[in-house]
Design a protein. Structure first.
Length: 277
């Protein structure tokens, strides 16, 4: 019991030092989002299931993502995530499942989403979440909330998006609040080889986070990615490799000035149709 207590204290300390602050389950998505400093509110592929579900409205066919992220390279801070989405006649539906932590303390998330194009360039989304929290010796606790998103392709070069997590101000318990978050981002695509991502995230009662990311296609099937979170001074790097035009493999790592170690992540995605340039 003493060993578990020490693990929990260390775990909570590391969460406070990490970019996700109160809730470790929020930064899902493995290497894909890690590579661009989690500035992913303007993503419009399967990774949008983790960042802004409105982006999935632009999917054609179906896709899946499996990701693993290890914060500060510690087994106790490992996140596993899975997402799938498919486009239907009435919109895009998706599911995500995430697991964060270890035996003594863990967080879980299950989300069911729906996204729809209002026009050829404007999409909205909603997601219902079930959040689980387990502390060894204290039992399980569950909470429910929603997410809403907006995505606009203002032009081929400029995309604008916004996302709100927990607009209902749901609570983890009578004593503990669940973070409410709002993200606004702009994506600039000057050519078919370069993407720039910018995002501002505000968590209630916390400082504003400014995130920057970039992706550059060095080869037809190889992209390099980098990003930075200016508030917590974290720096992110990664690469994306396309296999047979259907499978995408991503690897990334990040570090910051707290000297707690690097945070590696990997992702694998499968698309049921060839990816477009």
């Amino acid at each position: 019991m003493i060993q578990y207590f020490i693990h929990i204290v260390l775990f909570i300390f590391l969460i406070q030092k990490s970019s996700s602050a109160q809730n470790g389950i929020q930064n899902l998505g493995g290497a894909t989002t890690n590579s661009i400093a989690h500035a992913g509110v303007t993503l419009d592929n399967i990774s949008a299931m983790y960042t802004n579900q409105a982006g999935t409205a632009f999917l054609e066919g179906w896709a899946v993502d499996v990701s693993v992220d290890r914060r500060f390279n510690l087994e106790e801070l490992t996140t596993f995530s899975f997402a799938a989405a498919t486009s239907l006649n009435f919109g895009t539906v998706g599911i995500l499942v995430g697991q964060y932590g270890f035996d003594a303390y863990s967080e879980q998330k299950i989300g069911l989403s729906y996204a729809r194009l209002l026009t050829s360039y404007l999409a909205i989304s909603g997601q219902f979440d079930v959040l689980g929290f387990k502390i060894d010796g204290f039992g399980n606790n569950y909470s429910y909330t929603v997410e809403v998103g907006l995505y606009s392709r203002l032009s081929d070069q400029v995309h604008l998006a916004a996302h709100i997590f927990n607009p209902t101000s749901s609570k983890l318990s009578d004593e503990e609040e669940l973070d409410s978050r709002i993200k606004i981002g702009v994506r600039y695509i000057p050519s078919n080889k370069v993407d720039f991502f910018t995002e501002i995230e505000k968590i209630i009662d916390r400082s504003v986070q400014i995130k920057l990311g970039a992706e550059y296609a060095v080869l037809d099937n190889l992209d390099l990615m980098a990003g930075a979170n200016l508030e917590i001074k974290s720096f992110h790097f990664g690469f994306k490799y396309l296999v047979k035009n259907k499978i995408t493999l991503v690897a990334a790592f990040s570090f910051n000035n707290n000297q707690l170690g690097n945070s590696p992540g990997i992702s694998a995605q499968y698309w049921n149709r060839p990816l477009e340039d």
